[in-house]
Design a protein around this ligand. Structure first.
Ligand SMILES: Nc1ncnc2c1ncn2[C@@H]1O[C@H](COP(=O)(O)OP(=O)(O)OP(=O)(O)O)[C@@H](O)[C@H]1O
Length: 348
């Protein structure tokens, strides 16, 4: 991450929100910090409180308690006009694009500038500058109905960037898109972050989105953040059961029951241990399976395996069945743990 010495772009402290007396608590003591230039993902199931949280940043939703600081400004202390100005520094992208059907691409992008009272010539100049950034110069006079979903979201992004915000909020921006278009839009968001020096806070129910572009992640459940940290750390060492389920969606290694049933039973005087091994860090590329097998005199059957990259770092996960005399198998697994690999038993 960049600019480690600068204060966070967004700092939320102790946010609480309940929509009705006696109703569900949408935010329950939520605190997080988004570093300048970072891409921070908030993931959680439907109803976890993600929308309420992201809408608290620009005060589309007012928390009942807590503190919202954006680029150093105490948002809850701002008067009406100062708040409007602060909001112009925070762009927002929506799941269903929210485009005006009867306005062209250029007119949609210019809309927030019109609301802000910018003269026509300046609006036109800004639109001409921004459409190439999202690859839509050729579509400037088209109407939303003439665009694909991905193109519509590019318009949504261009509109969010029209007032040159330093911060971009993304509310499930890719949830209505197919997987290929999702990857294109995510790549665009990352490129824009780099080019315009943006800070991005996004919410999603898909861990794949987090894996693709975020450097920090927070997992929400029932209004609380149950886990947060660097994406690589959370993916490779999820602490909470809910996080483990999310992580399993993209890097999971549930071994099918049929496969387990077909594994050979241990021979006379032998034991069998089934483990999942997560390879990360300096020993991720070491030939641990063959080394363990040779040095401890055991047999290791690789049931499944996959090598991946998370936040640009190599990462692998394997399911292994290890056979050998009692004691030696355990010693081999301990040796793997000693190398910093994450070894967990997956079945008896
Ligand atoms: N305007 C509202 N009035 C009353 N309750 C609300 C309102 N908005 C959200 N809630 C409730 O607050 C809780 C959190 O909702 P929120 O929309 O923030 O969750 P979410 O994680 O974004 O879910 P989704 O992905 O389905 O939008 C839910 O119980 C929801 O029903």
């Amino acid at each position: 991450m960049r600019e480690l010495d600068t204060p966070p772009a967004i700092r939320l402290t102790g946010l609480r929100k309940r929509f009705a007396a006696g109703g569900t608590v949408a935010l329950d003591d939520v605190s997080l910090e988004v570093a300048q230039g970072g891409i921070f993902g908030i993931v959680g199931r439907s109803g976890a409180g993600k929308s309420t949280l992201i809408r608290s940043v620009n005060l589309l939703e007012r928390p009942d308690a807590g503190r919202v600081e954006v680029l150093g400004a105490d948002m809850l202390a701002l008067g009406e006009s100062a708040l409007l100005a602060a909001r112009r520094g925070i762009g927002m992208v929506f799941q269903h694009f929210n485009l005006h059907a009867r306005r062209t691409v250029a007119e949609n992008v210019a809309f927030p500038l019109e609301v802000a009272g910018l003269p026509r010539a300046e609006r036109a100049a800004r639109v001409a500058e921004i459409l190439p950034l999202v690859g839509l110069e050729a579509k400037r006079d088209n109407y939303p109905a003439q665009l694909s979903g991905g193109q519509k979201q590019r318009v949504g992004i261009a509109r969010a960037l029209a007032s040159r915000p330093r911060i971009l909020l993304s509310d499930e921006a890719t949830s209505a898109l197919d997987p290929e278009t999702t990857q294109e839009i995510l790549a665009l968001l990352r490129a824009l972050r780099d080019r315009l020096d943006l800070t991005v806070l996004l919410i999603t129910h898909e861990m794949g989105v987090v894996k693709a572009i975020c450097d920090q992640v927070a997992v929400m459940e029932a209004g609380r953040i149950i886990e947060q940290g660097r994406v690589f750390d959370v993916f490779t060492r999820p602490a909470h059961a809910t996080t483990r389920r999310f992580v399993a969606e993209v890097i999971g290694h549930a071994v099918p029951a049929g496969t387990l049933a077909r594994l050979p039973a241990p021979g006379e005087g032998q034991e069998r241990r089934l483990v999942q091994v997560v390879f990360a860090g300096p020993n991720s590329t070491r030939a641990v399976v063959s080394e363990a097998s040779r040095d401890f005199g055991i047999d290791i059957n690789i049931i499944s395996g996959r090598v991946d990259e998370i936040a640009g770092e190599p990462f692998g996960v394997m399911a292994l069945a290890a056979y050998g005399p009692p004691g030696r198998v355990g010693a081999a697994l301990d040796w793997m743990r000693g190398l910093g690999l994450d070894v967990t038993e997956i079945a008896p």
